[in-house]
Write a protein that binds this ligand. Structure first.
Ligand SMILES: Cc1cc2nc3c(=O)[nH]c(=O)nc-3n(C[C@H](O)[C@H](O)[C@H](O)COP(=O)(O)O)c2cc1C
Length: 314
C-alpha cells in the first residue's frame, strides 16, 4: 500500500477513535446537542454494510444503561440484535422491514410490564436512543406498523407479558437511497410538518398561539413540531395558558380505535412520548426550569382530544 494512503488511513482511524471515546465519556449528554440532532434526524431506509459499526453498537449498548429519566411510568428494556444473512431476514418475515434495505443491526424496544403510560414511556426513551444513534452518525427509522411481532417474539425468547411496540434498524447511511425509500418518504409526506397554527394554541383549541408571544419557548415547541410520527400524522396538540408558561399536551384522535382494528399498538401514544421527549430535552438544553405534571386542565376539551400531561415552568 502507498505509504501516504496508509498514514492517512491511520489518521482517520485515530480521529474516529477519539471521536467515539469522547462520546463514551459523555454518553448521557445528548442534551447539549438536542436541537442539532432533532433537526438532523430523518428516517433512513437504505443502509451501507461496507464497514462494521461494532464500536457504535457498543456505545449504544452503554447508553441503554444510562437513559435519561422519562416523566412516564413504565418498565422497558432495549436490545440490539444482529441479523446475519438473507435467510435469517426472510425467516423473521419482518413485514415493513422489507422496505428497509441492507440493515443488519436492529434496535428493539420491549415493554416488560403493562402500565398506564407504557407506550408514551417507550416513545420517550426510544427517541433518546434514536437521537444518540444520530449523534454517532448512524441512520435509523422507527418501525411500529407491520413488522411481524410474532417472529420477534420467538426469536428473542420473550416472556408472555412482554410486548414489542417498536423497532428500528441502526446502520451506516447509504449515500444513495433506493427509489423505494424515496417513494415511502414521498407518500408519507415525510419532509413536511403541520404549521404552528394547526398544532399550538392559547387558552382553547380555537386561538392559535403566536410564535413571537412565547419568546424562548418557541424553540422547544418548534422541536416538538419537527418530531417523527407514525404515518407523519403529528397527533400532538398543545395549549398554552395565557401569561403563564404552562403547556398542556393533548393527543388528537382522528379515528380513536383504528389501531385496535389492525391489532397494532396505539402508535399515537408513542408519538406523544416522542413529542414530550423533544420538549423535555430542549428545555433542559436551554436551562428553562419546570416540571411535568399530570393535572387535568379546567378549560373545555374537544371530543377528539385526549389530555396527556402538562409542563409547568418554575
Ligand atoms: C411510532 C412510529 C411508527 C412508525 N412506523 C413506521 C413503519 O411501520 N414503517 C415505516 O416505513 N415508517 C414508520 N415510521 C416512520 C414515519 O413514517 C416517519 O417518521 C415520518 O414519515 C416522518 O419522516 P422522517 O422520520 O423522515 O422525519 C414510524 C414513525 C413513528 C414515530
Amino acid at each position: 500500500m502507498d505509504v501516504c494512503v496508509e498514514i492517512n488511513r491511520k489518521k482517520e482511524e485515530r480521529s474516529e477513535e477519539n471521536f467515539l471515546n469522547g462520546i463514551r465519556m459523555n454518553s448521557l449528554s445528548i442534551i447539549p446537542y438536542t436541537q442539532e440532532l432533532i433537526t438532523r434526524r430523518t428516517s433512513i431506509r437504505t443502509y451501507d454494510l461496507s464497514t462494521n459499526i461494532n464500536k457504535e453498537i457498543d456505545l449504544m449498548s452503554e447508553f441503554i444503561t444510562q437513559l435519561p429519566a422519562s416523566p412516564f411510568q413504565g418498565s422497558t428494556r432495549f436490545e440490539i440484535i444482529q441479523l446475519e444473512g438473507r435467510n435469517k431476514l426472510q425467516k423473521l418475515r419482518l413485514g415493513t422491514y422489507g422496505f428497509v434495505k441492507r440493515a443488519e443491526n436492529l434496535l428493539i424496544g420491549i415493554i416488560t410490564k403493562p402500565t398506564f403510560y407504557d407506550l408514551e414511556n417507550i416513545g420517550f426513551l426510544f427517541e433518546c436512543l434514536i437521537l444518540f444513534a444520530t449523534k454517532l452518525g448512524l441512520g435509523t427509522v422507527w418501525l411500529g406498523g407491520t413488522f411481524s411481532r410474532k417472529a420477534f417474539f420467538s426469536h428473542l425468547n420473550l416472556c408472555n407479558n412482554e410486548r414489542i411496540p417498536v423497532i428500528s434498524p441502526v446502520g451506516r447511511i447509504a449515500s444513495k437511497q433506493t427509489l423505494r425509500s424515496k417513494a415511502i418518504k414521498s407518500i408519507a409526506k415525510s419532509k413536511t410538518r403541520k404549521p404552528w397554527s394547526k398544532l399550538f394554541f392559547e387558552r382553547d383549541f380555537i386561538t392559535p398561539l403566536v410564535k413571537d408571544a412565547v419568546k424562548e419557548f418557541a424553540t422547544p415547541l418548534e422541536m416538538v413540531r419537527l418530531a417523527p410520527s407514525a404515518s407523519n400524522f403529528q397527533p400532538w396538540r398543545i395549549i398554552k395558558i395565557p401569561d403563564e408558561n404552562i403547556f398542556h399536551f393533548y393527543i388528537y384522535r382522528r379515528s380513536p380505535r383504528s389501531h385496535r382494528i389492525l391489532n397494532w399498538p396505539d402508535l399515537s401514544r408513542i408519538d406523544l412520548g416522542i413529542a414530550v421527549c423533544h420538549f423535555d430535552l430542549t428545555v433542559r438544553q436551554m436551562n428553562l426550569s419546570g416540571e411535568w405534571r399530570f393535572e387535568y386542565p379546567s378549560h373545555p376539551v374537544k371530543e377528539d382530544m385526549e389530555y396527556l400531561l402538562s409542563w409547568v415552568s418554575s
